[in-house]
Design a protein around this ligand. Structure first.
Ligand SMILES: [Zn+2]
Length: 122
């Protein structure tokens, strides 16, 4: 698909599957940002395009700078989430273990805590 920068009219040849659903674009020539939306419905684009002979003296097209969607951050995000879960479970388990292991000094420091230990059978 041929895409033209709306600011400076620089043209870029972009594979259809990259822009079929619309995409945030940045012009490599002038730096203009815009959201590209294809004018043709996606169903109409599936027709086999007629094979055209490549122009001999056509100037080379500039490579487009396509901003990457945030899907690249999906894997690190899952890792961070898993680590956060492990840290949360460890924090809760550590708190429960501390309440159990330090029950004597805790009960001495705060006598109402003995009722809690009585409820759980300690
Ligand atoms: Zn431009």
């Amino acid at each position: 698909m041929l895409i033209a920068c709306p600011a400076c009219d620089a043209t870029y040849q972009v594979p259809d599957h990259l822009v079929a659903a619309g995409r945030q674009m940045r012009c490599a020539k002038c730096g203009h940002d815009w959201h590209f939306v294809p004018e043709v419905a996606p169903s109409a684009e599936r027709r086999p395009e007629p094979v055209e002979p490549a122009p001999v003296a056509a100037p080379p097209l500039e490579r487009p700078v396509v901003s990457t969607p945030p899907t690249d951050a999906a894997k690190p995000g899952k890792l961070v989430l898993a680590l956060a879960w492990v840290a949360s479970v460890l924090a809760v388990a550590g708190g429960v273990a501390a309440l159990f292991l330090l029950r004597v000094p805790l009960a001495e420091a705060w006598p109402p805590l003995e009722r809690l230990y009585g409820w759980v059978g300690l």
